[in-house]
Design a protein around this ligand. Structure first.
Ligand code: BES
Ligand code: MN
Ligand code: ZN
Length: 481
């Protein structure tokens, strides 16, 4: 879909009016009275994401006319309005929509509307070979009537590309997307100035990443560690912020195998890594003035003659030993070695990890908030603030010695699972044991956020792209501000 900006209304087959909550009575249209009456009869009142569709005779032509609500005017409300536009028009037969703002809208707000429209229109049609004509999208272009939206759009369109990459990675099935092919799908970031480093299995063995490799050993797919570096400060920011993503390209549970029902969901157990890759694309795409490294731990968790067994003891890169009581608690085993490597390689000031780590997180928060765990209040607050602004909300959970004790092992330094309760917290405590003194760290358990069963604010059902906008906003506010 093409997004354009124009100071005047272009020739288009569909007229869209973005209207705030409350009133609208002087639409710049000949047919305004009819439209206004229709909208009020249909109880349209400009709420964010609501819409009203009709037809209007303008200059001798009958045009489709759509009202979309921009609510109270926040960035996320403008995104919802854009999303309502594509949800309604994408397959409607409309090809070119011109959006006019009723009530003042800044260029920034116009760009957010365009972002919402583009995000809601994202789809993956790679595997549809018999799609009926009527099911194919028709809407090819949206022109926003805004004098100064184009500049703001440059940054937002980079964010949209980042979200699209995440959704693509999350949507692809595990026979197509595995550690090596994940890396190949991120290669194009080099063209944006991102430096890419890849560790293969031999390199990781050399470094002693026994925890990550233990997970990978049951799969014929070789693991990879993918590091993506972006420095938009010309060397001024010494210590980078590091994002770490869990990239389990398929999680069968291993020998502690999962039940068959719903196991297909585990193709998106790389959603943390997907968000990290998408965030790097967004940051590099908009030339963010910050030094950021995104690192993905990529493995497939399979049961096999060579798979690790419950009770196996592995030695992590940090030297700490782990009794693997449940091979399905594999995400933390991957993250711990990636975090150790990140600290040794980049000496970061801040680490934020993202992972579809526990089913217990979905029990706690459903799909409205992701969980955040942190050793630093300032960092946690900054992430929660960014999440709120970006429409990707976080809710903070506790960490404490009492929880930490629950993963002590009678035979090794720790075990990889605690008792039945507080499963998301003991998982976070496990990761915390690998974070060096002085490093500000936050862990985001995004298990409930990566995949949606029903359409949401700016996504259809399927991959949401959760995390990209949160991380982008966090970098903008904390490091570029
Ligand atoms: N990838 C899963 C967590 C998950 C489950 C994410 C459902 C999204 C939807 C993770 O690797 C896992 O299996 N966790 C176990 C941990 C348990 C064995 C302590 C879980 O949550 O059941
Ligand atoms: Mn698992
Ligand atoms: Zn998993």
């Amino acid at each position: 879909m093409e997004i354009a900006f124009s100071p005047i209304r272009p020739d288009a087959d569909t007229l869209v009016f973005a209207v705030p909550k409350g009133g609208f009575d002087a639409l710049p249209l000949a047919a305004a009275p009819t439209l206004a009456a229709g909208a009020s009869a249909a109880r349209f009142a400009g709420e964010a994401g609501s819409s009203f569709e009709s037809f209007a005779e303008e200059g001798g032509k009958v045009l489709r006319a759509v009202l979309i609500g921009t609510g109270s005017g926040s960035d996320t409300d403008f995104e919802k309005a854009g999303a309502a536009l594509t949800a309604r028009l994408s397959n409607s037969g409309a090809t070119h929509a011109a959006v006019e703002f009723f009530g003042p809208a800044t260029g920034e707000q116009a760009a957010h509307l365009a972002l919402g429209a583009l995000l809601r229109g994202w789809r993956i049609d790679t595997y549809r070979t018999r799609q009926p004509e009527k099911a194919k999208p028709t809407l090819a272009k949206i022109t926003l009537v805004s004098a100064d939206g184009a500049a703001a759009w440059e940054a937002q369109s980079a964010v949209a590309s980042g979200v699209a990459l995440t959704r693509e990675l999350v949507s692809e099935p595990a026979n197509i997307l595995y550690p090596e092919s994940f890396v190949e799908r991120c290669r194009h970031l080099e063209q944006l100035g991102v430096k890419i480093t890849v560790l293969d299995k031999a390199a990781m063995a050399e470094l002693g990443m026994g925890a990550l490799l233990g997970v990978a050993q049951g799969s014929v797919r070789e693991p990879r560690l993918l590091a993506m570096e972006w420095d938009g400060t010309g060397g001024a920011q010494q210590k980078p912020v590091v994002f770490v993503g869990k990239g389990v390209t398929f999680d069968t549970g291993g020998i502690s195998i999962k039940p068959a029902a719903g196991m297909e969901d585990m193709k998106w157990d790389m959603g943390g890594a997907g968000a990290v890759a998408g965030a790097m694309k967004a940051l590099a795409g908009r030339k963010a003035k910050a030094r950021v490294v995104g690192i993905c731990g990529l493995v497939e968790n399979m049961p096999d003659g060579n798979a690790q067994r419950p009770g196996d003891i592995v030695t992590s890169m940090s030297g700490q030993t782990i009794e693997v009581l449940n091979t399905d608690a594999e995400g933390r085993l991957v993250l711990c070695d990636v975090i150790t490597w990140a600290q040794k390689t980049y000496a970061p000031e801040v680490i934020v990890d993202l992972a579809t780590l526990t089913g217990a997180m979905i029990v706690s928060l459903g799909s409205e908030y992701a969980g955040i765990f942190s050793n630093d209040d300032g960092l946690a607050d900054d992430l929660m603030t960014a999440g709120k602004a970006a429409g990707e909300q976080l809710w903070r959970f506790p960490l404490s010695d009492a929880y930490n004790k629950l993963i002590d092992s009678p035979i090794a330094d720790m075990k990889n699972v605690g008792p039945r309760f507080a499963g998301s917290i003991t998982a976070a405590q496990f990761i915390k044991r690998f974070v060096d003194e002085g490093v500000k760290w936050a862990h985001l358990d995004i298990a409930g956020m990566v995949w949606a069963d029903k359409p949401g604010a700016t996504w259809d059902k399927g991959a949401t792209g959760y995390g990209v906008r949160l991380l982008d906003r966090f970098v903008a506010d904390r490091f570029e501000g």
